[in-house]
Ligand binder design. Structure first.
Ligand code: ATP
Length: 371
């Protein structure tokens, strides 16, 4: 059975108030992260948010401008990359084309003058882990993209690192192969039980593989949490919008006796779940497309707890295979995206009702939470 991630497990990697500046440009602005032993941890964010820079500092390819980095409790200040118990796998594989698969995997051990019998055993083991034993004599240009990526993984694993750093490891693969390699990566992580830290801009990949995710924006962390926490309870409008599809409504928070309300400028009033934050005024509210119920004006059936219910009109239908996305325009002018099973037969121009429960409104404060 797969090793469990123990929430009380020792920390493998810790960043405290880490800043990285390139001249005037600040790539990472005061990062705090605690990554536990055995975790599959992803760093997710748009291009240029500082993900790769963060990973490169952990690897030892970049120095910190300020702050502290520890790996397994030891400060990495002044410790070069090759003396850290981490290994990196890059998107570009970085294989040597003039060397066989075997020699590519053995290269690092040869440099470190590991005894021959040991070397044979470890290279064999690493190739077996990624199911590439039978390809040992081939050269990289005789391999598919997925096979090259497996060799790159073997080359990192042969060093028996405590932490595997993965920089967009599946970025060069087409969608189908990428999905297949995601399963292999997940299996590999479960079998090895070591810490994986992966950088990706693919939110679906991060959600499906990770124990926890840090969402970054502009060199800062917006939120750290399990895939479920990040998706169901986004802390900021940025996270809600970046992870999956969502509907964002902005307006004023009104504390009312029975339940608090969002009042938009257009005149829409939306019931919100109970909250302690009675002092907030400007808020954003996120409602996921799959939480919104659609009914025709004649049947007008809706679940009992859907206290938000508004008339609207179907503007667009987007067919995506298993689902359709309906874009509904409310009488007050807002457009909402609603997810429906693909057998629903709504037509553009049709009058409908949209409804959803107050509990499915995620109230987002406009500013970043302290990270
Ligand atoms: P991507 O997904 O596009 O790789 P990223 O989130 O990994 O983006 P980084 O590569 O960490 O982002 O870059 C963060 C910021 O730091 C960017 O503004 C980038 O231009 C800058 N930067 C990164 N490396 C250097 C460097 N060696 N010199 C100067 N600026 C750099």
């Amino acid at each position: 059975s797969p090793p469990m991630v123990d929430t009380a497990a020792a920390l493998d990697v810790e960043l405290r108030d880490v800043i990285k500046a390139f001249g005037e440009d600040i790539a990472v602005q005061g990062l705090n992260l605690k990554i536990r032993q055995g975790e599959f941890f992803s760093i997710l964010g748009p291009s240029g948010c500082g993900k790769t820079t963060t990973l490169r500092m952990i690897a030892g390819f970049e120095t910190l401008t300020s702050g502290e980095l520890t790996i397994q409790g030891k400060s990495m200040n002044g410790i070069p990359a090759h003396r850290r118990s981490v290994n990196t796998v890059f998107q570009s594989y970085a294989l040597f084309n003039h060397m066989s698969v075997w020699d590519n995997v053995a290269f690092g051990l040869k440099i470190r003058k590991i005894p021959k019998s040991d070397l044979r055993q470890r290279v064999g083991e690493a190739l077996t882990l990624v199911q590439m034993e039978s390809f040992a004599k081939r050269y990289p240009n005789q391999l598919s993209g997925g096979q090259r990526q497996r060799v790159a993984l073997a080359r990192a694993l042969v060093n028996r690192p405590a932490v595997m750093l993965l920089d967009e490891p599946l970025g060069a693969l087409d969608l189908k192969l990428r999905k297949q390699m995601q399963v292999e990566l997940s299996n590999l992580h479960q079998r090895l039980g070591i810490t994986f830290i992966m950088v990706t801009h693919d939110q679906e990949e991060a959600l499906s593989l990770s124990d926890r995710i840090a969402v970054m924006k502009d060199g800062r962390i917006e939120q750290v949490g399990s895939p479920n926490e990040i998706y169901e309870h986004p802390a900021t409008a940025f996270v809600a919008d970046f992870i999956g599809d969502t509907n964002l409504l902005s307006g004023q928070f009104l504390a009312a006796e029975t339940c608090p309300l969002l009042a938009t400028e257009s005149g829409l009033q939306v019931s919100l779940p109970p909250t302690d934050h009675n002092d907030i005024t400007d808020i954003d509210v996120s409602i996921r497309p799959e939480k919104i119920h659609l009914s025709t004006q004649t049947d007008a059936k809706k679940p009992a707890n859907h206290n938000n219910c508004y008339p609207g009109e179907v503007k667009h239908i987007l067919y995506t295979g298993p689902h359709i996305h309906c874009i509904i325009e409310l009488a007050t002018g807002e457009q909402l995206r609603v997810l429906q099973p693909n057998h629903m037969r709504y037509q553009p121009g049709e009058s409908v009702y949209v409804s959803w429960a107050a509990v499915d409104c995620q109230v987002l404060v406009a500013h970043n939470p302290p990270s």
